[in-house]
Ligand binder design. Sequence first.
Ligand code: DON
Length: 325
Amino acid sequence: LITRAFRSQFVIPDFQDFIKDIEEMYWAAKSNTDGKVASYIPQLARASSESWGVSVCTIDGQRFSIGDVNVPFTLQSTSKPLTYAMALETLGPDVVHNYIGTEPSGRNFNELVLDHNMKPHNPMINAGAILVCSLLKTLDKPEMTLAEKFDYVMSFFSRLAGNEVLGFNNAVFLSEREAADRNYALGFYMREHKCYPEKTNLRECMDFYFQCCSMEANCDIMAIMGATLANGGICPITDEKVLRPDSVRNVLSLMHSCGMYDYSGQFAFKVGLPAKSGVSGAMLIVVPNVMGICTWSPPLDPLGNSCRGLQFCEELIKRFNFHKY
Ligand code: DON
């Protein structure tokens, strides 16, 4: 790293100039008052619509953060690419995609719908993520209890994040579980259609899904996870190889086509970067071979994406030539 620094071989050679752009985009989006904080559970409805943070971490480990970057938020759906990555890594893509498709659903994230093979469309929507949880629970180290599996997944996520420690929000977990009629309906619908591996305990699998949604990180931590994805699976902070390159390729491909709810096609067209949003207002954005970015701002647009996060991404693409095409 130091040699590259002396030779000015960093992927962003003039990081100070880059920071100025990030700061300008941050302040421009701060005045955006569009959107509504998610309200399906009281714990999320209490989030401040003022909160706004942006962190970046390059594949060289250069970092910059501005705003509410140390305030914890629950991962919600930004956990979906992470559990999917873990399943690919531990079980391999053939096993995972024997159970789950790779096609955008064209529907809402929690819709009661399977594809024409009666599989969930992809791992970035609730049905697919619930199924990923059942694969992780039932096929990868099946001897582990749910408690052991929770620790195992947390420590995998932490390795993606340069060994930063994630949190867990028990109040969100409990109320997610209380307000989960639709997710249970999806869970049972998939059982009716024999979507799960044998021996799946549906109650445990659903709890595991709610637990993954209720894990906590902050912008700084998530930007490192994004940087690990941007860097072919090697964490730029620890230099640990956490994911195989083929796992990273699969995760980024599906973030690109399915990561932004029913806005994924428009986002892929306008911004052209793999990203995943969650109802807590978090967005994990990857600029492959350059950097990971995390934005967090709770007010969401009608499709469920963070309004300030979207504005930031659109501006990023105007200023830098990061669009894939
Ligand atoms: O599963 C749910 O209903 C919530 N935990 C929402 C997760 C989320 O961010 C929306 N997902 N795609």
